[in-house]
Design a protein around this ligand. Structure first.
Ligand code: CMC
Length: 430
């Protein structure tokens, strides 16, 4: 009997099975062999929300949730945040290695020269109401891009995939900024290819007239925030991207699904919700009362920006963001909401309710305060998450397509509904 195996006895039949263990997992399909008889379908696992199911093998991002470790392709997030920039990190995530100087220059050139979107996309945006949420606009316009690049459906062609990857990483900030400008009624600002990825995004957002000087502290803060948000292994939106992509639809359609998943308040929408929560709490004095409400609401009122499916320790990204907030506030002045956030964190980290459940600040707890200080409206926060996550989604999508173990995603269910019954005409129903 191999040591790397699990021996299971089915008490219904008394039969024993040996299931191979590989990388700390057993293959769910091995369980199918466990049957009570020939007409038995075989055993399955029941795992709603995939809390203990590995859906893929990946070489992109490593997280140790108990220790609060996050690495991209082996590089600690702290080192990347300190020394890299977003486009270099995106290259690393997508290619597996840091680029050489020549590779980096070519990569930056390619991304930079795909930033412009077709003029008809602008026309499309005009159709949105003045108060449309920019995340909804981003999701729709990314999906619409699939109609501008119909060749993108050839997802098995690696060269073709490269082109779509350049396009998506390049155009997402343009679409995001256009969505913002639509909502405030400003004319769209076109990309400036002489600027860095983040500086260009800032000017597309905030330039009014010809004069706009990008603040270097803001530019660097955005680089760091984008690095921190670039990938996070098999979260809800990445799983959506992989699942939809497994049907071999084009990457624009898959990425729109990723954006849709990220939009939710329990995922990338949380940073916006944190700010709304802080505004609602209103002052430091109201913090104990709010914490009491969270604890007694039976899970209905949540301390937004706290807790994580994987991290049962301080989210390493939150640590970096908290430190960086000081640099941004040195330029903008301190946000009055910071005091409330710090008090919430202080009380929560000492409170039995949060300690017992291992609830710590996550990436969204402080990011919103920085975004707000930099002048981004609340509605833009989830969009600011989607821009950098695009590189992670695309890397995960490509990895899925190249993985021989993968095929179209199609979970099983446990059917608990009624058995077969006959149709009754309307007049005979009670
Ligand atoms: N405030 C109060 N209680 C909480 C919170 C919170 N933020 N998060 C979890 N709990 C409680 C929950 O009520 C439950 O308590 P009990 O055992 O008494 O029923 C327990 O902790 C476990 O919670 P869960 O919902 O089973 O945990 P989960 O792993 O399914 O959920 C989460 C993870 C992130 C959805 C959740 O912690 C949450 O809703 N947090 C607030 C939203 C948020 O900040 N989301 C951003 C996540 S990080 C960025 C990203 O990945 O998008």
């Amino acid at each position: 009997m191999s040591k790397d195996s699990l021996t299971v006895t089915d008490n219904r039949t008394g039969k024993t099975y040996e299931l191979p263990i590989e990388n700390g997992t057993i293959r769910a399909l091995e369980l199918r062999k466990i049957k009570t008889g020939d007409d038995d379908f075989g055993l399955m696992t029941y795992d709603p929300a995939f809390t203990n199911t590995a859906s893929c093998k990946s070489r992109i991002t490593f997280i140790d949730g108990d220790k609060g470790i996050l690495n991209y392709r082996g590089y600690p997030i702290e080192q990347l945040a300190e020394r890299s920039n977003y486009l270099e990190t995106a290259y690393l995530i997508l290619h597996g290695e840091l680029p050489s100087r020549a590779e980096y220059d070519k990569w930056v050139f390619n991304v930079t020269h795909h930033t412009i979107v077709h003029e008809n996309v602008k026309e499309l945006m005009v159709g949105f109401r003045y108060d449309a949420h920019p995340m909804g606009m981003l999701m729709s316009t990314v999906a619409a891009l699939s109609t501008f690049y119909p060749e993108a459906r050839h997802v098995r062609d690696a060269e073709n995939r490269r082109d779509q990857i350049f396009r998506l990483i390049a155009k997402i900030p343009t679409l995001a900024a256009f969505a913002y400008r639509h909502s405030v009624g400003l004319p769209y600002a076109y990309p400036d290819n002489d600027l860095s990825y983040c500086a260009n995004f800032l000017q597309m957002m905030f330039r009014v007239g010809e004069k706009y000087r990008v603040n270097a502290v803001f530019e660097r803060a955005l680089e760091v925030l984008f690095i921190l948000h670039a990938d996070h292994e098999q979260n809800c939106s990445t799983s959506a991207m992989r699942n939809v992509g497994s049907s071999e639809v084009d990457p624009y359609s898959s990425l729109a699904a990723g954006i849709a998943a990220l939009y939710g308040p329990l995922h990338g929408g949380a940073n916006e919700q944190v700010l709304r929560m802080l505004q609602e709490i209103g002052s430091k004095d109201n913090v104990p009362g709010f914490i009491r409400e969270v604890k007694t609401s039976g899970g209905e009122v949540r301390l937004m920006g706290f807790g994580h499916r994987v991290y049962k320790n301080y989210d390493p990204r939150a640590k970096i963001i908290k430190q960086m907030a000081d640099q941004v506030f040195a330029v903008t002045g301190k946000s009055p909401l910071l005091e409330i956030a710090l008090e919430l964190e202080r009380i929560a980290l000492e409170d039995e309710y949060f300690i017992k459940r291992k609830l710590y600040p996550n990436v969204d707890f402080y990011s919103g305060l920085i975004y707000q200080a930099m002048g981004f409206p609340l509605d833009m926060f989830p969009v600011l998450f989607a821009i950098p996550r695009t590189s992670g989604w695309l890397a995960q999508w490509e990895e899925m397509l190249e993985d021989k173990d993968q095929k179209i995603a199609r979970p099983r269910q446990v059917y608990l509904g009624l058995g077969r019954r006959d149709y009754l005409p309307l007049e005979r129903r009670g």
